[in-house]
Design a protein around this ligand. Structure first.
Ligand code: GDG
Length: 453
């Protein structure tokens, strides 16, 4: 069996170091997970892009078929339909939803380009696995092109309830696009339930059995919930390496406060970074005895920097950090240490390893891989995962420390507990979480999905 993956982003990129170009695997759980299967089956990864591997004399471990997007396609398909329509709406940010009529035509056009490309390369026994909200029309388009292979689809973001989903004028076309898959996967039972509710409401001919199988016209689709995971052993091993332990020690020495808290997020309004910092401010306002005793490190990775909403958010974040640090700073100490950049994997694990707690305050998040990476990096069964109840991961984990990020008091109380909970209790929780992630790792996720397919 050969696997064809279709995803918006490429699994490899070109990195220039000391004047030499090298192929580097793109970060993120999905690529890590699928890379071994792709190498083994000599699969093909279809994505958008114009990376010139051959021109630089570079080889990738398996074929990458890139689809070149025009500037207009980038604006209307990627920035427009994907990131100004689907992204805010599926994350319940109705106020940020911007309907631009033309976006839809470009979304269809790019999905068609993907379908054409796949139809051209697919062979009889291949399985096709389409990733995420960028490509929801591809399954139907493939069938229209006569492709009979097994088709799977996985949605990495939440599937919203009907009251949000109904806002999209093209809601029916989107559902119909997915009806041509054999398997459609979601992170949680709630997302699956929302999807089935929308199917039932908008597709009159759909017949849903056992809350999972949909018969629609002459198609049969199975909806499943299967939360994505991480390469547990890789994080565990990295956290035990001398380079990480040294770096973590160095960080603790430099920071030099009793407690270190951590936040790691893409700079996106869904991640609730400003809300998190306001929670920290509330904590210090109400517990002044902790002033000078803890530092919160926030790593915010730039993304989608061409979209106005993201530019505004960066400005708001800069101002919030400045205001809170200005309010509490003394004798060279600042409550918030803010990194607006991405860090390399070993450094990231060192941050996970050295912090007493991680605070994930997403206002809405499909799953949140950072939660699982933190757990996998806590090789001494210590640390604390404070997790927003609005993440998919919260449906899977019982951390004992959940927060409502809209409520500064809830964030503040969780930080208080990070200082005051007894170590035995924390260890018990962390051990259990580690067992869960170790067992339900990313390789099991891939096996389970392909098994269903
Ligand atoms: C989408 C959904 C769902 C972050 N900073 C650095 C860095 N990262 C890596 C993390 C993690 C990834 O980025 C972020 O994953 P998340 O799951 O937290 O969030 P999204 O990017 O929004 O992902 C999400 C996911 O898809 C998978 O289905 O969980 O809900 O929104 O892997 O480690 N990596 C490095 N340096 C950084 O500074 N190396």
């Amino acid at each position: 069996m050969r696997l064809i993956i279709a995803a918006n982003r490429a699994p490899y990129h070109i990195r220039k170091r000391d004047g030499q170009a090298k192929v580097e695997r793109s970060p993120g759980g999905l690529v890590t997970a699928l890379d071994p299967v792709m190498k083994k089956t000599k699969g093909i990864w279809v994505c958008s892009g114009t990376l010139q591997f051959e021109k630089h004399g570079l080889e990738t471990p398996y074929d990458i078929e890139q689809i070149k997007l025009t500037p207009k396609e980038n604006i209307h398909y990627y920035e427009g339909f994907c990131n100004r329509q689907i992204w805010p709406l599926f994350h319940y940010f109705l106020a940020k939803y911007k309907l631009e009529e033309r976006d839809w035509e470009f979304y269809k056009q790019v999905n068609q380009k993907f379908a054409n490309q796949i139809a051209e390369i697919v062979k009889k026994d291949d399985k096709i696995w389409i990733q995420d909200y960028h490509l929801m029309l591809v399954p139907q388009m493939l069938r229209e092109l006569g492709v009979k292979n097994k088709i799977g689809f996985f949605l990495h973001i939440p599937f919203p309830n009907i009251e949000n989903f109904r806002v999209i004028p093209r809601r029916k076309e989107i559902l119909e696009g997915l009806m041509h898959c054999d398997v459609v996967g979601f992170h949680t039972e709630s997302y699956k339930k929302h999807f089935l509710e929308c199917v039932e409401h908008y597709l009159n001919d759909a017949n849903i059995q056992d809350q999972s199988t949909i018969e629609y016209k002459d198609t049969k689709v199975k909806a499943i919930s299967l939360p994505i995971s991480i390469d547990f052993n890789m994080f565990d091993k990295t956290a035990r390496s001398s380079r990480v332990i040294e770096k973590a020690f160095e960080l603790r020495n430099t920071i030099n406060t009793k407690v270190i808290g951590l936040g790691v997020d893409r700079l996106d309004y869904t991640k609730g970074i400003v809300e998190k910092l306001e929670g920290i401010e509330f904590f210090l306002d109400n517990n002044p005895e902790y002033i000078g005793k803890f530092t919160f490190i926030q790593i915010a990775v730039p993304t989608r920097i061409n979209i106005l909403e993201y530019k505004k958010m960066k400005k708001e974040l800069d101002e919030t950090v400045g205001r809170i640090n200005g309010k509490f700073a003394r004798d060279g100490w600042n409550p918030i240490s803010y990194i607006y950049n991405s860090v390399n994997l070993k450094d990231l694990v060192a941050y996970y390893y050295c912090s007493d707690f991680i605070l994930i305050s997403a206002l809405r998040d499909g799953l949140n891989l950072v939660a699982k990476e933190y757990v996998a990096s806590r090789v001494n069964n210590d640390g604390m995962l404070i997790l927003s109840e609005f993440t998919g991961a919260a449906e899977e984990f019982n951390t004992g420390y959940s927060v409502n990020p809209y409520d500064v008091r809830s964030i503040s109380e969780s930080i208080y507990r990070a200082f005051n909970n007894n170590e035995e209790e924390k260890e018990k929780v962390m051990k259990k979480l580690r067992d869960q992630v170790r067992e339900n790792n990313i390789f099991k996720w891939v096996d389970d999905f392909l098994g269903e397919l």
